[in-house]
Design a protein. Sequence first.
Length: 205
Amino acid sequence: MKTLIKSAGFALMVAAAAAPSASFAQAAPSTLVVDINRLFADTASAKSGQAQIKTKYEANLQAAVTAYNNSATTLNTQVEAARKVQKPDGSVPPANQKSVGDAQNAYQAAGQRLEGLQGEVSNVGRYVQQQILRAAEPVIEQVRNERRAAIVVPKGSTLANDPAGDVTATVIQRLDQSLKTVSIALPQQPAGGGAAPAQGAPQGR
């Protein structure tokens, strides 16, 4: 009888050791993931921002690119023309010097205009992303709380994840209800200050 009791007791000890305790299971952290790139591409607010940016900037960007390319072609033409009349001592006629100089100035000016416009578009794009992230934060926190998860991380920061933990679709659905459009009007800079620092936008697109 004692042998049977000891055997039964040993079996219970083995079973208890093999199965995780309830308290340990509850304490184990759970992680959800959200694909930030999809928030910046697939939400109604992102599509609103993209459409507004295209309407305001696409034609101007195309014109700036065309002007830049044309100025490069003109510069190359003037440099080649000057090369053909270059004297053995390396000098070129004053008229050719002026043509090359004017072409260089036009090329630099076109490049600056294009760079400035591209920079403005980039700033507007980051501002759109900031608005989306700010609106997404309470939505993500709500989902995390409902799922009783410990943390939510960007999908791009994980090497692998369980598809069941990807709540991107849920976040997009709820975000579309709370934020349907965004502004592309950059906030006014404070007087005497430089560019305001970007806030919290991770890698986009």
